[in-house]
Unconditional design. Sequence first.
Length: 186
Amino acid sequence: DVAARVILGMGSAPSTRCSECRLLATGRIHNIAIARDGTRIVSGGEGCESRVWDGTGTVTTVIGDSVKSCAFSRDGARLLTGGWDNCARLWDAASGALERTFEGHGGAVYGCAFADGGDGRLVTGSRDRTARVWDAATGDCLMTMKGHSNGVGSVCWSPDGSKVASGSHDETVRVWDAGTGECART
């Protein structure tokens, strides 16, 4: 009985009483993300559908299955997911419509993130030991960052979009120049 739960009252002071919780999904939940405005949450897992929920625990959108990682865009209008099938996908968060598939990793996509600056860049991290920066509009891979000796489990952007950080199962964190793809520090 593996489950993800959300406390009602997202965006306000939530109660922690069990009666205030709603069951979100069953199965192995690998990642969740909350939209910046606090009105929606997405859950991604193995062997279960990924779902977008509103603050009352109501499913508003169902997207894909076997999602390893997920993230909302800054405005909450889009979702980025990474999967066991070595792909990342961009979705319309309201309708669940698939907008684009990003292919090129040689392993499951463990981490994903939107650039905060809204410039249309995405980053993914994979079991294939690489992080990749993508153009959301075209689907093109802009750069592949290599250097980890094990899978990249987590990725994020600096607030100004000039750097990407990747955390790996090799027990290191690397900071990359987002313009050149060069490792700035380990």
